[in-house]
Design a protein around this ligand. Structure first.
Ligand code: ZN
Ligand code: ZN
Ligand code: ZN
Ligand code: ZN
Length: 413
C-alpha cells in the first residue's frame, strides 16, 4: 500500500487481506503442521497463483527455497497420480480445470474477504454503520463495488448512487492533485491505487512498460510468453490513450488490470485508466457482458479430445453448469483479462507443437520447464490421448532424473 500519500482513504478489507498474506508467510516459516501439509495442498491446487508465488520468491530466501522444493515434490506426486489414474476420471478433470482458480494462499484470504464483506453488509443493514461513512473513508472503490453487488433490495438501490458519488470524488481528487502538484513524483498514481484497490501489492511494481522482465518468471515458457504479452498490452494501453482511441479497445475493466496500468509514469494514462474502470463498474447490469475468462467444462468425459484448431471456439463454449453465487454482478469484458487468456492459449499451443516435434530425449526436459498451472493447461489442450500419455510418461521420467541429479536432500515433509 502506498504510504507516502496523505489522504483519508484506507480500506479495512484490503488492510485485513494484506495482513492475512503476511500471516500466511509467517506461518509457513513457523507452523510445523502447515509445512507438513503444504505439498498436499499444492497437489490439490496444482501450485500457487502467480501473485502468491511471486510473494514467496521475494520473501525470506529459505522460505523461497523450501517452497520451490514443495512444488517439486508436488509435481512428483502429480506425475504418479496421473500415471495411475485414468485421465478421464472426474477427479483428475476437476484437478486440471480447478488449477486455474485454486491457490493454497488465496483460499484462506478469499474466505476472509467473504466474511469481512458479509459483516460490513450486516452492519449496513442493521444501521450500525452508515453508508456515507463506509463508502467515503472505510472501503476502497473495488470493495464498495463488491459490496454493492452483494446487497439486495432497498439497500442496493441506495448503494448505487453512493458508489457513483464515490467514483466522482476519487476522480476529482486525482485531477486536482495532478493540476496542483504535477512535479512531485506523480502522487496521482499512489492516490488512485489507495482509493481504488490497495490490496494487490506487487501489481504496481509489475506495471513497468520497459522490456526487462518486471519479475522472475522462472523458466516456464508459457509464463514467459504471458509476461511478454502483458508488457505489449501495457504499451498498447499507453499508446491507445495518447492517440485518443476508444477506451473499450484496450483499457481494462477489472481491478487487477487497472492497478497494473496505473504506474506508467504518465498521469493522463493513470486518470484515463481509472475513469474507464469506474465507468465499467457503474454500468447498468443489463449492459454488462460476462467476462471471457471462465471455466471450460463439458458434459462429456472426452473433454480432452478437442482438435487443436477448434480449441479457441471450444473455450467460448457453453456456460459453466452452475454460475458461482458469490459474484452476482458480472464485469464488462476486460481487454486485460482477454489478452492474458489469448497469450496463455497461444503459448500453450506453441508448447504443444514443440512437444510434438521433440525427441524422446528432449521431451521430458521440455515438460519439466512448465510450472504446475501451465502443466494443467497443456494437458487440458493436448490434442489427443496419446499426447497426454506421453506427457505423463515424460513427467515421471523428468522427475526421476531430477531426483538422481539433486544433491541437497529434500526437506522432510
Ligand atoms: Zn479494499
Ligand atoms: Zn494465491
Ligand atoms: Zn507457467
Ligand atoms: Zn482484467
Amino acid at each position: 500500500m502506498n504510504q507516502s500519500m496523505a489522504h483519508p482513504w484506507h480500506c479495512v478489507v484490503c488492510q485485513h487481506l494484506i495482513e492475512a498474506d503476511q500471516r500466511y508467510l509467517r506461518r509457513l516459516q513457523t507452523d510445523r503442521r502447515m509445512r507438513c501439509t503444504l505439498t498436499e495442498a499444492l497437489v490439490a491446487s496444482m501450485g500457487f497463483c502467480d501473485h502468491h508465488w511471486q510473494r514467496l520468491q521475494e520473501s525470506d530466501p529459505d522460505i523461497a527455497d523450501w517452497s520451490r522444493r514443495c512444488v517439486s515434490e508436488a509435481t512428483t506426486r502429480l506425475g504418479e497420480l496421473f500415471a495411475r489414474t485414468k485421465l478421464q476420471d472426474e477427479f483428475l478433470q476437476d484437478l486440471l480445470f480447478g488449477a486455474r482458480s485454486r491457490c493454497p494462499a488465496c483460499l484462506s484470504s478469499s474466505r476472509l474477504e467473504g466474511r469481512l464483506l458479509t459483516r460490513l453488509l450486516l452492519d449496513l443493514e442493521s444501521k450500525r454503520t452508515s453508508l456515507r461513512s463506509l463508502f467515503s473513508t472505510q472501503v476502497c472503490f473495488e470493495h464498495a463495488r463488491q459490496l454493492t453487488g452483494r446487497a439486495e433490495g432497498a439497500l442496493r438501490v441506495r448503494m448505487r448512487p453512493a458508489l457513483r458519488k464515490r467514483s466522482e470524488h476519487i476522480l476529482s481528487a486525482a485531477i486536482s492533485i495532478d493540476a496542483a502538484d504535477a512535479s512531485s513524483g506523480c502522487p496521482i498514481e499512489g492516490l488512485l491505487t489507495d482509493a481504488l484497490y490497495p490490496r494487490v501489492e506487487g501489481l504496481v511494481e509489475r506495471s513497468a512498460c520497459d522490456d526487462a522482465p518486471a519479475h522472475s518468471t522462472d523458466s516456464c515458457p508459457v509464463c514467459m510468453e504471458m509476461e511478454s504479452g502483458r508488457r505489449h498490452w501495457l504499451k498498447a494501453v499507453v499508446e491507445n490513450i495518447r492517440l485518443g482511441q476508444p477506451a473499450w479497445l484496450t483499457l481494462p475493466t477489472c481491478a487487477e488490470h487497472t492497478l497494473m496500468c496505473l504506474n506508467t509514469g504518465d498521469p493522463d494514462v493513470a486518470l484515463a485508466v481509472a475513469q474507464r474502470y469506474v465507468e465499467a463498474s457503474l454500468a447498468p447490469p443489463r449492459r454488462r457482458v460476462v467476462s471471457l475468462v471462465r471455466k471450460r467444462r463439458r458434459g462429456s468425459t472426452r473433454w480432452f479430445n478437442a482438435p487443436a484448431a477448434s480449441a479457441d471456439a471450444a473455450a467460448e463454449g457453453p456456460p459453466p453448469e452452475s454460475a458461482p453465487a458469490a459474484e452476482p454482478v458480472a464485469f464488462i469484458h476486460c481487454p486485460g483479462c482477454q489478452q492474458s487468456d489469448v497469450a496463455m492459449r497461444r503459448a500453450v499451443f506453441s508448447f504443444l507443437r514443440s512437444f510434438g516435434r521433440a525427441t524422446d530425449m528432449q521431451a521430458p526436459l521440455l515438460l519439466g520447464q512448465l510450472c504446475l498451472k501451465h502443466l494443467a493447461e497443456v494437458m487440458i489442450y493436448a490434442p489427443e490421448e496419446r499426447t497426454q500419455a506421453r506427457m505423463v510418461k515424460c513427467l515421471n521420467k523428468a522427475r526421476a532424473e531430477d531426483r538422481h541429479a539433486v544433491t541437497v536432500p529434500a526437506v522432510a515433509l
